[in-house]
Write a protein that binds this ligand. Structure first.
Ligand code: GLN
Length: 312
């Protein structure tokens, strides 16, 4: 893992997100990487205890929660599972259904947040935070400053929420859906937290250390499928080709990857490429996938003996 991390140390490409003003305060040089195993072991290198907001990485976990709470049919009536090939904040809907293409882009995630509010009312965010915390194995908290910053400047997301109401993809007031969405994106995590959250998905919804079940088994399967096809926005195809594991990125600079039944992997580095993915994160994941043979379709499986040793 250190080799994968070191391979990106001299990579200064990309820029810290500034469209949410508070995000621009991040230290551009921070860079951490962590691996948590389903056996409860943890490996890390670099800045793995620096907090940053989870941003779009939350979309995968919120979708998983919605599948459990509202049921797959209800969820399917509000949001698709098809890659959009568009930017994360694109204002596009499936022309056949008028629904967002998938829950990993903003439009779909706001529809999911609306569904959580519809079922859970004002406790929606608290329930979500509790489940995210169970997945991380520690108490996560809201970053108020980032929440306020996004709430004040998120006009594009406001527009999307109103279109969702017009399209009947949400059944609650747009402001209610947005409040859940902005808050879920503004949860502070560290690279260590994200690795455990990934390991919880890898471990069929149960945190490997605490043994608490954070997510429903069937919902995890569906979530990993959508992460695999849509998790890296309009880079998802390249990611599947080069790295080959389900993953989700966020504009805070985090990426979580899942090697099913084996590992949760995370990176944190806030400089982003034009598609909104962490530059060093993508580079480090590619290097790690090569070194460990992580790709789902890697027939040579060069890393399998190494991973087997990790999992003992
Ligand atoms: N909260 C961010 C937004 O809605 C999340 C985007 C992201 O991480 N890609 O713009």
């Amino acid at each position: 893992m250190r080799r994968a991390w070191e391979s990106q140390l001299d990579n200064h490409d990309g820029a810290v997100a500034d469209y949410i003003p508070e995000l621009f305060k991040a230290n551009p040089n921070c860079f951490g990487m962590a691996i948590a195993t389903v056996k409860g072991k943890l490996f890390s290198v670099g800045d793995v205890t620096v907090p940053f907001t989870i941003q779009s990485v939350s979309k995968a976990f919120a979708f998983c929660l919605a599948l459990e709470i509202a049921g797959p049919e209800m969820v399917a009536s509000r949001v698709g599972v098809e890659p959009s090939g568009e930017a994360f904040n694109a204002i596009v809907f499936d022309p056949e259904t008028n629904r967002p293409f998938n829950p990993m882009v903003n439009a779909g995630a706001i529809a999911v947040a609306g569904l959580l509010y519809e079922y859970l009312g004002d406790s929606a965010f608290d329930v979500l935070l509790e489940r995210f915390s169970m997945a991380a194995g520690c108490d996560l908290a809201l970053n108020e400053a980032v929440f306020r910053s996004e709430d004040e400047t998120g006009h594009r997301n406001r527009a999307i929420a109103h279109l969702l109401l017009a399209n009947e993809a949400i059944a609650v007031a747009p402001d209610k859906a947005l409040d859940v969405y902005f808050r879920q994106c503004s949860i502070d995590v560290t690279a260590l937290d994200l690795a455990w959250m990934g390991a919880t998905f890898a471990n069929m919804g149960t945190n490997p250390q605490t043994r608490h079940m954070a997510f429903d088994l069937a919902a995890v399967r569906s979530t990993l499928a959508v992460m695999f096809t849509c998790g890296m926005y309009d880079y998802a195809g390249h990611w599947a080709y080069d790295v080959g594991i389900p993953a989700k990125s966020g504009v805070g600079g985090g990426i979580v990857g899942v090697v099913n039944r084996q590992l949760g992997i995370s990176t944190y580095s806030p400089r982003l490429d034009a598609k909104g993915n962490s530059v060093r994160g993508v580079g480090a994941f590619k290097a790690l996938a090569d070194d460990f043979g992580l790709h789902a379709f890697d027939c040579t499986n060069v890393g399998s003996s190494f991973i087997t040793s990790l999992l003992r």
